[in-house]
Design a protein around this ligand. Structure first.
Ligand code: NAI
Length: 480
């Protein structure tokens, strides 16, 4: 048995857990995953004055939210020891949604504290705290912008205080956000699909909202369109690079489970594993090194050959990536170049081809692009200048492309995973790995499926998010 496996085994064993507890290391909770919604009641807390957007979105989801308890000097009780206790919920709460869309004065933040205090104490394992507010960037009023940003600080701190797999996230709505837009994001945030998304703002896109809403915006599209779908079982064509293993394989499986026709792309050397994934998801395999100059054309050709001359890509997921870690003082041009080629340059070349509206087998209007960045791209990482450059570059690509493609209703987003348990991270020394796991608020690494869920969410035509990079990191302490 390898030393790594031995140490992991010890940490996971009964004795190991007892030792870890003695050493002050708290135990990680098994997270609620998949479509499952919280089992306890959902409370709705309100910062007055609030509109109807949040209640309407909850109603659209079929959530019968109960009014949140409010902690005030009058609502407290005194216990046998003479201590003041905040009001208590009768049972476990599945989650609390706080409508802070009307927050614009500092004193209103007290209302957020007042609803959070009783709710946090009652939250079930893997429960949810979700604050809905407006985007600070959209206000010219200084106090309003400050208050909206303050909610981000509250959200991140609450995320760090919650235990037993519970998470806290912030949804920032835009002018024009509809209840169904918000419901789409709330469904993801409340369900187990967002298990490893913690301490994050999810910003709804004004441009995309306006475009989807405006009839004019729809009329001016002349190319094949992927219509927004009520159901995700839409049979659209999804291209996933790096699909032979790890996160890419999980993404292919997740799309396959939704009924998408998945084109699984990976290097010829991974051909056997690639075929196995493609067979499992009833998709097709394309053996291709994405760094070859005609990679984009070969993907387009594969789409037409397999799915017909009018076929177009509904979602393109750039997942293939490599590490070649070295301190910069020891980093040669090969290790530098290989990482920038696979993780960034190849994607840009593929996009150039597949985003040409005249390209048969290219990306359809209304399609989605999701690229994988990394928390190293936010924070930098010792020994990873090349990798961090490539992943920060992916974020730059996402921002620039999303602005360019909004008039074709193509949304471009990124996902920045933290520490995910895959073959790639298995090569990290075991002690470092354990430190990474415990550096997240959820005290554990994520699973490939956690990244896959976020990608499927962002690739859904009904998700009104554009130009964002969503961290799937369990609120890892590194980075933004
Ligand atoms: P992995 O090493 O398990 O899988 C990567 C896949 O990409 C492999 O199947 C590989 O053959 C393929 N690939 C590499 N170069 C290629 C090329 N030139 N052409 C076609 N395919 C190629 O990696 P893992 O962990 O699944 O990571 C997937 C993505 O997620 C990568 O972009 C990685 O940088 C990113 N990521 C992973 C994190 C983690 O903790 N595992 C954290 C942050 C980001």
């Amino acid at each position: 048995m390898k030393l790594d496996d031995l140490i992991s085994g010890v940490l996971d064993s009964k004795v190991g857990k007892a030792v870890a507890a003695k050493a002050g290391l708290p135990e990680a909770t098994v997270l609620r995953r998949g479509e499952a919604m919280p089992s306890g009641a959902i409370a709705l807390g309100v910062v007055e004055p609030a509109g109807s957007l949040v209640p309407d979105a909850l109603a659209a989801l079929g959530v019968d939210a109960q009014p949140a308890l409010i902690d005030t000097p009058d609502s407290r009780s005194t216990d046998a020891d003479g201590r003041q206790r905040p009001p208590a919920y009768p049972g476990r709460l599945g989650g609390i949604v706080i409508d802070a869309t009307g927050a614009h004065r500092i004193e209103q933040l007290e209302q957020v504290r007042a609803v959070l205090r009783p709710a946090i104490k009652a939250l079930e394992p893997s429960g949810r705290v979700i604050i809905v507010a407006a985007d600070p960037a959209t206000s010219a009023d200084v106090e309003t912008a400050a208050v909206r940003q303050a909610l981000d600080g509250i959200m991140r701190s609450v995320g760090k205080e919650l235990r037993f797999g519970a998470t806290c996230n912030l949804i920032q709505v835009a002018d024009g956000t509809t209840p169904s837009d918000l419901a789409q994001v709330l469904r993801f945030a409340l369900s187990g699909r967002s298990a490893y998304v913690d301490g994050q703002p999810i910003v709804l896109s004004p441009s995309l909202v306006e475009l989807v809403e405006s009839k004019e915006g729809l009329d001016k599209l002349d190319h094949p369109v992927v219509e927004p779908v009520e159901t995700r079982r839409d049979g659209r064509i999804v291209v996933v690079t790096g699909a032979a293993r790890g996160i890419g394989a999980a993404i292919a499986h997740r799309f396959g489970a939704d009924g998408a026709r998945v084109v699984c792309v990976d290097v010829p050397a991974a051909g056997q594993a690639l075929s196995a994934v493609a067979n499992d998801v009833r998709g097709t395999a394309l053996q291709l090194d994405i760094t070859v100059p005609d990679a984009g054309v070969r993907i387009a050709r594969h789409v037409i050959d397999r799915y017909g001359p009018d076929a177009r890509i509904g979602a393109l997921v750039h997942c293939a990536g490599i590490l070649r870690d070295k301190l910069l003082a020891n980093l040669d041009e090969q290790r530098w170049g290989a990482v920038l080629e696979v993780n960034l340059a190849a994607q840009l070349r593929i996009n150039d081809v597949l985003l040409n509206p005249e390209q048969p087998g290219g990306v359809a209007d209304g399609g989605r692009i999701v690229a994988i960045a990394s928390t190293s791209g936010w924070a930098g990482n010792r020994g990873q200048t090349n990798y961090a450059a490539s992943k920060a570059g992916v974020m730059g690509m996402v921002r620039a492309l999303s602005a360019q493609l909004a008039d074709r209703r193509i949304a471009v987003n990124g996902v920045a995973p933290g520490f995910i348990e895959t073959d790639m991270t298995a090569s990290i020394p075991v002690i470092d790995r354990e430190i990474f796991r415990r550096s997240s608020s959820l005290l554990q690494g994520g699973r490939p499926v956690d990244v896959a869920e976020a990608i499927v969410f962002l690739a859904d035509p009904a998700t009104p998010v554009n130009g964002q990079v969503l961290r799937v990191c369990g609120q890892l302490i590194v980075g933004r």
